[in-house]
Write a protein that binds this ligand. Sequence first.
Ligand code: SAH
Ligand code: SF4
Length: 386
Amino acid sequence: MKSRLPAPEAPYIAEPLAHADQPVHDERVPIYLHELGFDELRARLAADGLRPAHAATLWNALQYRAQTDLLAREDFPPPLRRWLERRLGVQCLLDMPEVSSHTPSSDGLTDKFLLRLQDGQEIETVVMGYEGRHTACVSTQAGCAMGCVFCATGQMGFARHLRPGEIVAQVLHARRVLQGAGRRLRNLVLMGMGEPLHNYDNVMKALQILSDTRGCNIGPSKMSISTVGVVPGILRLAEEDRPYNLAVSLHGSTEEERAALIPANQRWPLHELVQSCRTYGEKTGRKIFFAWTLIAGVNDSPAHARRVAALLRGLRAHVNLIPLNETAGYAGRECAESSASVFHRIIQDAGIPCTIRQKRGIDVAAGCGQLKAARRKRERAAPQAA
Ligand code: SAH
Ligand code: SF4
């Protein structure tokens, strides 16, 4: 079978941002304002003779108020207004995805958005509000190269990495949605489309901007990065001095079993993955969340549960059990509730905290990539509708 993964020598990080090493006045390089940190924005404006106070005003509009219609801000100081009139849409661009579709769940607690990026790529962003805590679930790539067989995004293949601004803009979108209802966004999970650690640098840059207390102010400990198990990324993350939460998608308890569900296991085998988690745990002292998607007759038996408990022995771990969201491209079925509770008990009895994640918002095609897949299916069923 032809692998969709890049060749082993390919770097597993995104290209550096085009503007990162450019002189700030290089007018040939467009700049996306949402992916400038506060100091970078200040330097960009200073290069055009604007004062730091102007940068603070613009940053506040962009990253705190999540405003998009900057030219309508008549209260902006005249030099800033003139600068925006001259630069915006020319050398300075905004990341403003269009809402392709918005689907609220029937329980009113989940809002799922399909957002269209400037090049037409569509990605999913979800805003969830349970128990008074509001969480944005964002995408880090358009599609995904990892090809997990049960995942609607994996079934689509990889289109491209998202730039930091495109990741930030999803959170700002969530912020606007909540602001309208007088609510505050406190948590962020990178569990939408794509593999965050395959787009490491862009993801880190976005998280840094989003944690700025003058902007979105989401603390790193309120951010969760979910990975399929990109070992070099986990080891890099262990060196970051910011307390992001790490979630690792396990799903298989032996090499063969896992490789059948997750082709990336051939590149980063289970034993190396668990070893990298041990290194991460030792370096950071932090707990790791392990996701286990329960698939009937595939990985939901008591023997599987016992092997998971053995694999994670000695790690500070928490296991999240997720009933499979069935997808069109995979024949696997959701496991029975009884198997989930037996699995749950075995993990708990082994001294590892474990929760069964409720399938909320299932009526809005809650699984990763499923909204986009559903849209594609409709488009194929009704081609060229006028
Ligand atoms: N690429 C990252 C993050 C995005 S996927 C990762 O794989 O961890 C987020 C989570 O959704 C992962 O745990 C993934 O295994 C799970 N997932 C994907 N498709 C699913 C499906 N159809 N049913 C249940 N869980 C699914
Ligand atoms: Fe990619 Fe995660 Fe889906 Fe696997 S589960 S294909 S890594 S998005």
